[in-house]
Write a protein that binds this ligand. Structure first.
Ligand code: C6P
Length: 408
């Protein structure tokens, strides 16, 4: 089934606006954050207007309503990624905090000096820096699966790294720069064969692909609401319940305890053990609405639409003399097109495109080591989502020709 993109676009108020210069907004930066449909904005407004109260603390009507909406959203999220139970869904602030939770709690308790953690050269800083910090503290060892010239993980290197018996393997499901969709299920299976635990960074996959954490057999899986039509300020750590049960709490405070004495405490059961303090209640409800929104359209339909747009975009961009695309062919990637233009700085490209209302991101996209690997400081990056159109790709391509003309 193809998407009715015109109908979908009507759900997103921001796509109806114009820029300062009175031109239409062409939003090609969904990899940084997606736009939000009215259904999500309304769910959050309704909560504040009708049910605002703190959760888990009151017996009054509003507190019960707020708790039920907040926990109801957790159920929806569990179903969306096919977790075995909503106890395995931990609310965090974002993917970054979810990865830090694993680094602070599971890794601090389970890793010792000399233990090996395997990452990849295509990781976002969120899946590098927490491990650098742990390395400084515990003297663990880090090593990296290399990225090939065409933007794929080198699985032979992975195999040889697994021979060194790592305790943890962590990698992104989909690269935010190359768009590469990694063979996650196969990689998890390989890690499990040697007894390693696997953490997947799903920041770019959950918004765009049907993800089934049980089928993948991921031990931990992290993602952010704001990239999947939901609000900022909330993300998810999925973890297998046996692992989460075995882990010490991350942050201490209200709600994460069963009992507190002056000199001790007993931690709460899952998932509350990892949710200290008043959480982002409206945001959780907004994420629940985003999950409903995406599920109603169907993740397979969304992925198919994005594939069409990406295929078209790569084809059109490849025609442009002096433009170099990074990452694999459309059949191996999601809706991301990072590129450089001969002799023109990526920031200049983005700034000039902005004059025509075209929003792309320029920089290292929080993947500095990956850019270093390719010998470049930065790229310009266009990215696509369920509301993107071929007509927007054409506007991007025309805009790039204009940039080239200006720098001639
Ligand atoms: N990438 C981008 O423009 P947070 O900021 O915690 O919601 O997500 C972090 C993150 C982790 N992993 C991957 C693969 C990501 O792409 C991101 C966020 C954005 O590419 C913002 S830097």
């Amino acid at each position: 089934m193809s998407l009715d993109v015109n109908k979908i676009r009507k759900d997103f108020p921001i796509l109806q606006r114009e820029t300062r210069d009175g031109v239409r907004v062409v939003y090609l930066d969904s990899t940084a954050t997606s736009q939000k449909p009215s259904q999500v904005i309304d769910a959050m407004n309704d909560y504040y207007q009708q049910s605002n109260a703190n959760i888990h603390r009151g017996v009054h009507t509003l507190a019960e309503e707020a708790t039920s909406l907040y926990e109801g959203a957790r159920e929806k999220i569990a179903k969306f990624i096919n977790a075995n139970s909503s106890r395995e869904i931990i609310y965090t602030r974002n993917t970054t905090e979810a990865i830090n939770l694993v680094a602070y709690s599971w890794a601090r308790a389970n890793l010792k000096a000399g233990d090996l953690v395997i990452l990849t050269e295509m990781e976002h800083h969120s899946n590098l820096v927490p491990w650098h910090m742990l390395q400084a503290e515990k003297n663990i060892e880090l090593d990296f699966i290399t990225v090939t010239e065409n933007g794929l993980l080198d699985l032979d290197v992975y195999k040889s790294l697994l021979d060194r018996s790592p305790k943890l393997v962590s990698f992104t499901h989909m690269s935010n720069v190359l768009g590469t969709i990694n063979p996650v299920q196969e990689m998890i299976q390989m890690a499990h064969q040697i007894g390693a635990i696997v953490l997947v960074d799903g920041a770019q996959s959950v918004p765009h692909l049907q993800v089934d954490v049980q089928k993948l057999d991921a031990d931990f899986y992290a993602f952010s609401a704001h990239k999947m039509c939901g609000p900022t300020g909330i993300g998810i750590l999925y973890g297998k319940s046996a692992l989460l049960e075995s882990m010490p709490p991350f942050l201490g405070g209200g709600d994460m305890i069963k009992e507190v004495k002056l000199k001790s405490f007993r931690a709460n059961t899952l998932p509350h053990k990892f949710e200290a303090g008043t959480p982002a209640i409206a945001e959780a409800i907004g994420l629940g609405a985003a999950v409903d929104y995406l599920s109603n359209i169907g993740m397979e339909n969304i992925a198919a639409h994005e594939h069409q747009i990406t295929e078209y975009a790569l084809e059109r961009l490849e025609e442009i003399p002096g433009l170099k695309l990074f990452g694999p062919s459309a059949d191996k990637k999601g809706g991301v097109a990072a590129f450089t233009l001969d002799g023109i700085h990526p920031h200049d490209v983005a700034q000039i495109l902005d004059k025509d209302g075209i929003a792309v991101r320029a920089g290292h996209h929080c993947a500095q080591p990956l850019h270093e690997k390719f010998g470049i400081p930065a790229t310009s990056r266009a990215s696509f989502y369920l509301y993107s159109t071929k007509d927007e790709v054409d506007l991007l391509v025309n805009g790039i020709y204009k940039v080239k003309e200006m720098f001639k």
